[in-house]
Write a protein that binds this ligand. Structure first.
Ligand SMILES: [Zn+2]
Length: 254
């Protein structure tokens, strides 16, 4: 039902796939958005299969297999204290995050001021508030002020999403699991037509920025990544999950 998106890189190595993660501030809960482009039903997309072969030679394959086993063990060990498994469910068991090389170069965020119905300038401050909550948690930083052409993360607005949700994050990544771009749409009204107030917009932005960083949903109501976004602060579990994500190597774990 949600639009599928995908972008192709021209170098031939990179076939970006799209993932739509839906943030709800409203009635519709725990609907995991998992959409691939193109969309072979129920199986890992071909591009990911190629990546998971790890170069296909037998020695490389053994090393990759052992490395994946270690990653799975770390995820299992942290299962009670994080919701990292939520992201894996949404990504066909692959670690997807921004690459290590971005640790030294902050993600450039462009927040578009759009005169959509219900938009207020102070919504931008709500987004900046949410950015501030995430900054410092990870070795990767989010920096505002980029123009739309050069931004890694583009945040736009709409009066209402037809999904019944109030936010949507659309990621592109390469077969190695490295996120390349994030596109966020924030709705000024919820599904019932009510205008979001500042705190709800802050909670929504905090949630969607978690998806921008590669996080999936939490099952715990107090977490920022719970599908109904109400948290105005990150929980320790939010931070632990994000840090674990960035401590694991991107790519398939199976
Ligand atoms: Zn969400």
């Amino acid at each position: 039902m949600e639009p599928m998106k995908g972008r192709e890189r021209s170098n031939g190595l990179v076939m970006a796939l799209g993932l739509v993660l839906l943030g709800a501030v409203g009635a519709d809960v725990v609907r995991r958005g998992l959409l691939h482009h193109p969309a072979p039903p129920a199986r890992v997309p071909a591009a990911d299969t190629v990546a998971s072969a790890g170069g296909a030679s037998a020695p490389a394959g053994s090393v990759a297999s052992a490395a994946r086993e270690r990653v799975r063990a770390r995820i299992a060990e942290a299962a009670d204290r994080t919701y990292i498994t939520g992201a894996l469910l949404e990504t066909d068991s692959a670690i997807r995050r921004w690459p290590d090389e971005r640790f030294a170069r902050a993600l450039q965020v462009c927040v578009i001021r759009q005169r959509v119905n219900g938009f207020r300038d102070d919504f931008v401050a709500n987004v900046n508030y949410a950015l501030g909550r995430w900054n410092g948690v990870l070795p990767i930083a989010l920096s505002t002020g980029a123009d739309s052409a050069s931004a890694d993360v583009l945040i736009t607005w709409t009066a209402q999403l037809d999904s019944g949700k109030t936010g949507r994050t659309d990621l592109t990544w390469d077969p190695r699991g490295n996120i390349h771009h994030a596109f966020v749409v924030l709705a000024t009204h919820d599904a019932s037509g009510r205008l979001l107030d500042g705190p709800r917009m802050s909670a929504l932005a905090l949630h969607e920025l978690g998806h921008v960083l590669g996080l999936g949903h939490s099952q715990e109501r107090e977490d920022a990544l719970y599908p109904i976004a109400t948290a105005l602060e990150l929980t320790d579990r939010d931070r632990r999950t994000a840090r674990l994500l960035y401590d694991l190597p991107p790519g398939p774990i199976r």
